[in-house]
Design a protein around this ligand. Structure first.
Ligand code: C2E
Ligand code: MG
Ligand code: MG
Length: 647
């Protein structure tokens, strides 16, 4: 009976289209994608061989000219067809992030023995002729040992299916179904073929399920970073999640380029992307050279995470090579003068770590927690520190603090050189956590901003300061106004002017009693709402200060255009005053600010020398530990009574 081949004809273009689209969509990175592409390739070859064989042996006797080719196709078909089943089995372990399991000895045996048996049987066939024969007279006929081929293929199918059932707990249902479809469709097709021998549909069935998988499981938009084309941060978290559920031991190498943003601005998006990809490729090459299985992920603007299956891998030894590689390729780009500055942290999981949240936070924050001059740190050296525990538990800390009202506003007096007394103060937030004690606003304010919790916190400060001003008549204490720090999110809040109005009415505190501190980042974010807010608040009589002048890209021209009454010079400029150039920078800054009629607060003055020097330069106000640290409201009032009124 002549076989009907339409379906298998169809499989060939389908595989080719799948392969093409997989590569065109950038699915060439990562182990799963690579295995999938191999599956497509072996499937094409198997189908092609199958068709070739069928067509060549259609008419018997097979002419001698075709016989050798027909034999070749027969061997190639079995090799690649069974190979595909084997690869699909590996694919399941890879796509479910359970690759580690294959590295155990027992699993290794399960993986290798059936394939070895199959290969042995296939290779011995020319001598035994027990699997199949291709002869001129009878064409292609099966032999008794053909069952070995089916049996070994079934072993992989059974184990693959069992593994998928094990993974059902953490796989998305849609994806799970697509993965299982390979077995269901293929075995349905085999059964169909058994009863309808004329129709060859098995290969077409597996082509369809691979189409299903490519559409549902391998979604580059879900796992690839659209800009750089490497596996994304989301894919990283997803992988960590599966690692945790399946209790795997891994090692994560977090590589953070701490000047990535600057280098990116300098190189431009396109060249930066190429640069990062080059470094990523080299990092993977290094891992391959060490015979490690590594998955690489990228997070903007410049972090690379390598998940290495080898938990005990001695990363400390490998780091110099890694850094050397980064530097080498930096050197290649030297025409640009840009140089990425890497910091590396090796995180062993699960040793001592509670959950993936810790890996996530360690990966983000380790550079702040390691010595400045160091490039490499083992996570075990920082994961137990109080600083890291605070970062790791910041969400709980902030939620607790908001719920239990654990915030308190302190006041740091600001001295007026012209009036010889303290005429204002800066309101500075303090947080006393029941578990971790005092936490610096420099730590919790940025975190609150990141987690969208800054608005309620900012509202609390605004309310507390207004209450303070209404309960303690400021004039009687010698104070003109209190400075309040506003975060970017507050500046961008449409309700800010109405909130201020409500507070004015609630506490009968005029706008002249409040000065709002804004940082340069707020000005970078200047948008319609922010513009409008500043305009309305200025019209209502509020004045503004620019905080932290001298740490960003501040320039005098920009400052002169903003509606600012006061400019606050950052402590770092004061700290530099012990050098000749530092002193001259401060001197020039003061002069320029005076030229554009800004009042000047110098922050962070700790010594009499600095105070005297700044007074001589013509500064207006001094804030710093030289006079006082930030004080609780009660102590602040006593301080004023003693220093302002007592004098
Ligand atoms: P900032 O607004 O620049 O506040 C000045 C910081 O310098 C304060 O740190 C203050 O304690 C510190 N400082 C003042 N004089 C000296 C000195 O002589 N030596 C030293 N070493 N430090 C001095 P603090 O209170 O830790 O606040 C850090 C930052 O947290 C603030 O910097 C501000 O950006 C932010 N922050 C504090 N409270 C609030 C708030 O209520 N809202 C917002 N949005 N941010 C706040
Ligand atoms: Mg401030
Ligand atoms: Mg400041």
């Amino acid at each position: 009976m002549e076989s009907i081949l339409y379906f298998d004809y169809m499989a060939v273009p389908l595989y080719l289209i799948l392969l093409y689209s997989s590569i065109a969509r950038g699915m060439t990175k990562g182990r799963s994608s690579r295995i999938f592409n191999w599956i497509l390739l072996t499937s094409v070859i198997a189908t092609f061989s199958d068709l070739g064989l069928e067509l060549l042996v259609r008419t018997t006797p097979v002419p001698d000219t075709k016989l050798a080719l027909a034999k070749f196709f027969a061997y190639s078909y079995f090799l690649f067809h069974n190979g595909t089943g084997f690869l699909y089995f590996l694919f399941i372990y890879s796509i479910t992030n359970t690759w580690y399991a294959l590295r155990k000895k027992i699993h290794f045996v399960i993986v290798c023995v059936p394939f070895a048996v199959f290969l042995g049987t296939l290779v011995s066939n020319p001598f035994t002729q027990k699997c199949f024969t291709v002869t001129a007279e009878s064409g292609y006929t099966r032999g008794p040992l053909m069952t070995v081929f089916y049996a070994t293929a079934s072993v992989y199918a059974l184990f693959g299916l069992a593994h998928l059932i094990f993974c059902i707990r953490f796989l998305d249902v849609k994806k799970w179904l697509a993965l299982v479809s390979m077995y269901v469709l293929t075995y349905a097709a085999v059964l169909f073929q058994f009863f309808n021998g004329a129709y060859l549909v098995e290969l077409a069935a597996s082509a369809l399920s691979l189409l299903f998988i490519e559409l549902v499981v391998l979604r580059p938009d879900e796992v690839l970073d659209s800009v750089v084309g490497l596996q994304s941060w989301k894919a990283y978290l997803d992988t960590l999640h599966k690692i945790m559920i399946t209790k795997q031991n891994v090692q994560v190498l977090a590589i953070k380029f701490i000047n990535a943003r600057e280098v990116k601005t300098y190189l431009g998006e396109d060249r930066y992307r190429k640069y990062i990809r080059l470094i990523a490729d080299k990092a993977l090459d290094l891992a391959a050279a060490e015979h490690l299985h590594a998955e690489l992920f990228f997070e903007h603007p410049g972090s690379i995470y390598l998940i290495i299956d080898e938990h005990d891998f001695d990363s400390q030894k490998a780091i110099p090579t890694l850094i050397g590689t980064v530097e080498k390729y930096t050197y290649d780009l030297k025409g640009t003068g840009a140089k990425l500055n890497p910091k590396v942290c090796a995180i062993k999981y699960p040793d001592g770590l509670d959950n993936i949240r810790e890996i996530k936070h360690l990966g983000h924050h380790f550079p702040e927690l390691m010595p400045r001059d160091q490039i490499f740190i083992d996570a075990s050296n920082i994961s137990k520190t109080k600083e890291f525990q605070i970062i790791n538990n910041m969400n709980d800390i902030l939620t607790r603090a908001i719920r239990d009202e654990k915030f308190e506003v302190y006041y740091q007096p600001i001295y007026s050189i012209w009036d010889h007394k303290f005429i204002s103060a800066e309101a500075l937030l303090r947080l006393d956590d029941e578990r971790y004690g005092q936490i610096s606003p420099a730590d919790f304010i940025p975190e609150a901003e990141r987690r969208g919790l800054i608005l309620p916190i900012g509202d609390f400060v605004l309310d507390a300061v207004h209450r303070f001003a209404s309960e303690n008549e400021l004039e009687k204490l010698g104070l003109s106004y209190i400075e309040i720090n506003l975060s970017v999110a507050q500046c961008l809040e449409r309700e800010l002017p109405s909130k201020m109005e409500a507070l004015r009415n609630k506490y009968s505190v005029g706008p002249d009693k409040v000065n709002l501190e804004i940082t340069e980042t707020s000005y970078d974010n200047i948008g319609d709402i922010m513009d409008e807010n500043l305009k309305i608040l200025s019209e209502q009589g509020y004045s503004f200060s620019l905080d932290d002048y001298g740490v960003g890209y501040s320039n005098i021209q920009r400052v002169s255009k903003l509606p600012l009454k006061i400019v606050k010079i950052d402590k770092s400029l004061v700290d530099n005053m012990n050098t000749v150039s530092g002193k001259s920078i401060m001197n020039n800054t003061v002069r320029m600010m005076k030229d554009i009629n800004k009042e000047l607060v110098i922050e962070g003055v700790e010594t009499k020398e600095d105070f005297d020097a700044l007074r001589q330069m013509g500064c207006d106000f001094i804030q710093g530990f030289y006079f006082s640290k930030p004080l609780p409201a009660k102590d602040f009032i006593s301080f004023l009574k003693e220093n302002n009124l007592g004098a």
